[in-house]
Design a protein around this ligand. Structure first.
Ligand SMILES: C[S@@+](CC[C@H](N)C(=O)[O-])C[C@H]1O[C@@H](n2cnc3c(N)ncnc32)[C@H](O)[C@@H]1O
Length: 378
């Protein structure tokens, strides 16, 4: 059991960001495909990957991968895998599934075959036909893609976006994993000025402050694999202690968040406090039309409202005019805007975006418009 394969799942468009994160954690045997980054690791790396990955959705332990065109093949090959290495005799497990472009297209049938095969295997190994199911929980996933079955066990539990700091949120709050990716796709670093002029509950800024201070995003939350006897609690304790050691304590940040809605500002402050970065972010209630910045170099990362109702177009128009006024001459600013409004670049007239990335905010397709600023003089 010394070598394992982990899969960091990602939302569409974030594979390259997650690959870089995985490599930065020291993994070099990495394979990327749509929605996943696979890497060779050891069991000790399960806590590390869960605690540190900022933009991945989950960390899955890969048990096996094989072609399966019939239920018999699926059953036999699932049964041949060493489930007992991970699932204890009293373990409680469930099977989830998905199937895309596969002969075995019925997800429910695949799930039930996999469940039967794992039970068969455990019966044989543990020499019992009755399982108490009072122990740790395991979620097995069967993913059928183009007739290839991939079997995994979820090590994360709830999605990695759930950092545990969100006390209050607006209806349009970004997922923490996406916000962390937006920051990592920008030119921002801890020594640069950062502004989100429509910060809502502050997700982008909180993620930036956590990156700047080197705070592991999973430090404050539990993970499914924490309860697995195969790993033991010590590994998790040690990884958490090591993560606490490397937090940057004394650094002067220039991170500013504004929003027209006072309640959003209160939510941002409460969330930042829970994330232990309150002292690093200045929040203030302000309409973007009243905001003026007289600095020449900095970074804006924001996701403005992108309403579909007629009334909201006027509001968006005013926001675009305000952004234009503030930044069309300030060529030293890098501006990053995430929006579903495809006409945004026509309104933000500073230049054509240097780069546009298609991403997903939940199920909504959005574009990340990136305008690179000029470098500050040396
Ligand atoms: C899509 S939400 C941002 C969500 C945020 N990224 C988060 O994760 O919570 C857009 C925000 O723009 C704010 N907003 C709308 N009009 C504004 C204006 N004129 N000036 C400043 N903020 C405004 C809204 O109150 C809302 O919180």
């Amino acid at each position: 059991m010394s070598e394992i394969t982990l899969i960091a799942t990602t939302s569409f468009g974030l594979e390259a960001v997650v690959r870089r994160e995985v490599q930065r954690l020291g993994f070099d045997d990495v394979r990327v495909s749509e929605g996943k980054v696979e890497f060779r690791a050891t069991p000790e790396d399960i806590p590390k990957a869960n605690l540190w990955l900022r933009s991945a959705d989950r960390v899955l332990l890969k048990m096996g991968e094989f072609p399966a065109l019939t239920f018999d093949e699926l059953f036999e090959q699932t049964k041949a895998l060493p489930w007992e290495d991970w699932i204890t005799q009293d373990g409680e497990f469930r099977v989830t599934g998905k199937a895309v472009k596969s002969t075995l297209g019925s997800v429910r049938a695949c799930q039930s075959i996999v469940k039967k095969a794992v039970v068969e295997r455990l019966k044989r190994v543990y020499k019992t036909s009755w399982f108490a199911e009072t122990g740790a929980e395991y979620t097995i996933q069967i993913a059928m893609l183009k007739d290839v079955a991939t079997l995994t066990i979820d090590t994360s539990g709830s999605g990695l976006n759930k950092r545990g700091y969100r006390v209050q949120t607006g209806a349009a709050a970004l997922r923490e994993t996406l916000a962390a990716a937006l920051v990592q796709l920008s030119f921002w670093n801890k020594d640069r000025l950062l502004i989100d002029p429509m910060c809502g509950s502050g997700t982008i800024l909180i993620e930036a402050a956590m990156i700047g201070r080197n705070i592991a995003p999973g430090l404050k939350r539990p993970f499914a694999a924490q309860e697995w006897p195969a790993l033991g609690q010590d590994m998790w304790r040690e990884e958490r202690a090591a993560a606490r050691e490397v937090i940057l304590q004394d650094h002067e940040f220039e991170i500013f968040g504004y929003d027209i809605d006072e309640q959003m500002i209160d939510a941002g402050k409460a969330n930042a406090k829970r994330a232990a970065v309150a002292k690093n972010i200045h929040f203030e209630q302000k309409d973007i039309q009243d905001l003026w910045i007289d600095r020449q170099y900095g970074v804006v990362i924001s996701n403005p409202p992108y309403g579909k109702k007629t009334g909201e177009f006027k509001e968006m128009n005013q926001i675009y005019i305000a952004l234009n006024k503030m930044f069309h001459k300030k060529k030293g600013w890098s501006i990053y805007i995430l929006t579903a409004d495809k006409i945004f670049p026509k309104y933000f007239k500073r230049s054509w975006p240097d780069r546009v990335r298609k991403l997903y905010n939940g199920v909504i397709e959005v574009q990340y418009y990136q305008y690179f600023g000029e470098r500050p003089p040396p």
